[in-house]
Ligand binder design. Structure first.
Ligand SMILES: Cc1cc2nc3c(=O)[nH]c(=O)nc-3n(C[C@H](O)[C@H](O)[C@H](O)COP(=O)(O)OP(=O)(O)OC[C@H]3O[C@@H](n4cnc5c(N)ncnc54)[C@H](O)[C@@H]3O)c2cc1C
Length: 406
């Protein structure tokens, strides 16, 4: 064990840990001993796989309403402390030019997460932060003013600790929940965790047979018959259920729900059209094409995929064209569950924000302990929001952790 403590040890070298390291390194007024540790030999695995390896770094517009979990005023404060505009400038400064796609998502111009990871690692080294890989922290205790971090291959001492260990999603990337257990062992309350941004499963063979078909849809989540959430975007039928951004976005609500409250998901396969407008379109279509079947109406007027329309019509056999307009906008989807952490892009739940100081990310329970990233009870929708949370919370944690070090 090192005899003199590190000034700051950051546990976890993912998006949040690396940003924390850079903010701390840049913010130090004297030569501090800052150490970034990670259980993996190769760090930043999530940055590399993100956005289909293209890494959707942030979004044109990021608001607290793009997130679920802790209170939105907390999320707002943190996002304002390091905004998407500052994020873009930060990446440009470290040599990662970003490009805006029509969806509002920002990617590196190289369309490669590797560019992002390499730039972050280089900058963190430039800021004087040491990196220790293959070091899994298994426990933390505070003895007086110093933290003792127990590792599988030895112990470390630190005057300040930042937990940036991620949550439970995609555990093979290193986020196996150990960080959450350590936060709990230090007295922090954990808000129940569930997989989020993960595909949904079904037992409806008709939809499963459409595996590979994508269409635009709005999904509404109900509990006890009451609408609780609505998402719109691309829906992908798979051999086990539903995927695509809209299914991933709604999954956290289903995963969180209690079967006692009759969770249901309803699909609108023609979002953005009122029943009146649909009726009118049908009337005009039938006048123009009196001999055409309803199938042609859905395919020709709205561009719905033919195989999808055939399945939809089979499921609604016996209904006349006008009667089909209700189910096309209100089809109950049979959902048996969510795929789980092995496919989840993020974790819902985590360290309760009530026990964290909003302007510093410091624990209200253990002075000198900080949090950043997915370990906290914040999860964003698809579109670069989760990384933005990591960049923003990491920057706040790093900037604060270097202040007033004795
Ligand atoms: C497939 C996929 C695609 C995604 N695409 C996007 C996207 O395009 N845009 C977007 O905004 N978000 C995306 N996300 C979400 C985003 O990757 C996460 O929100 C973000 O990486 C969280 O960062 P983090 O640093 O908090 O945690 P992580 O990235 O999970 O990093 C935590 C690190 O801590 C280490 N660690 C954990 N426990 C210990 C321990 N006990 N001791 C030492 N080290 C430890 C781990 O090894 C890991 O390196 C995606 C996620 C996945 C899984």
């Amino acid at each position: 064990m090192e005899k003199s403590p590190f000034d700051i040890v950051i546990v976890g070298a993912g998006a949040a840990g690396l940003t924390t390291a850079i903010a701390a390194g840049r913010g130090q007024s004297k030569n501090l001993k800052i150490l970034l540790v990670d259980s993996r030999g190769k760090v930043g695995a999530k940055i590399l796989v993100s956005g289909g390896t293209r890494c959707n770094v942030t979004n044109r517009k990021v608001t607290p309403f793009d997130f679920q979990g802790g209170p939105s005023h907390f999320i707002k404060h943190v996002l304002e402390a390091f905004t998407p505009d500052q994020t873009k400038r930060f990446f440009e400064e470290i040599g990662v030019d970003l490009i805006l796609e029509s969806t509002g998502k920002y990617f590196p111009v190289t369309r490669s997460g590797k560019t992002v990871l390499e730039a972050l690692l280089k900058e963190s080294e430039k800021c004087g932060v040491s990196l220790k890989t293959g070091f899994r922290v298994t426990g933390i205790e505070k003895k007086g003013d110093v933290f003792l971090l127990r590792g599988e291959t030895g112990d470390l001492l630190a005057r300040r600790v930042v937990l940036a260990t991620g949550g439970l999603s995609l555990p093979e990337t290193g986020s196996d929940g150990m960080g959450l257990s350590m936060a709990a062992s230090l007295g922090h309350t954990l808000i129940k965790t569930t997989p989020a941004l993960t595909p949904l499963t079904t037992n409806d063979k008709d939809w499963m047979e459409l595996s590979g078909i994508t269409l635009n849809a709005a999904l509404t989540f109900f509990e006890d018959g009451k609408k609780k959430a609505e998402c719109e975007g691309s829906l992908l039928f798979t051999h086990f259920g539903y995927s695509g951004p809209v299914a991933l976005d709604i999954s956290r609500f289903f995963a969180y729900s209690d079967p006692k409250h009759s969770p249901e998901i309803e699909a609108n396969f023609l979002p953005g059209h009122t029943p009146e407008a649909l009726n009118k379109r049908l009337e005009i279509f039938r006048k123009k094409h009196p001999n055409k079947q309803p199938k042609s109406f859905f395919i020709e007027e709205f561009g719905l995929p033919e195989r999808f329309v055939e399945t939809f019509l089979r499921k609604n056999e016996g209904k006349n064209p006008r009667q089909l307009l209700h189910p096309i906008a209100h089809t109950p989807l049979s959902v048996t569950g969510v795929v789980g952490y092995r496919k989840a892009e993020v974790t819902a739940g985590g360290v309760d924000l009530k026990e964290v100081r909003v302007s510093t990310m410091e624990s209200k329970i253990i002075p000198g302990l900080y949090f950043a990233g997915e370990i906290l009870d914040v999860d964003g929708r698809i579109g670069g929001f989760n990384f933005q949370w990591s960049w923003s919370s990491g920057t706040v944690a790093g900037r604060s952790a270097v202040l007033k070090l004795p």
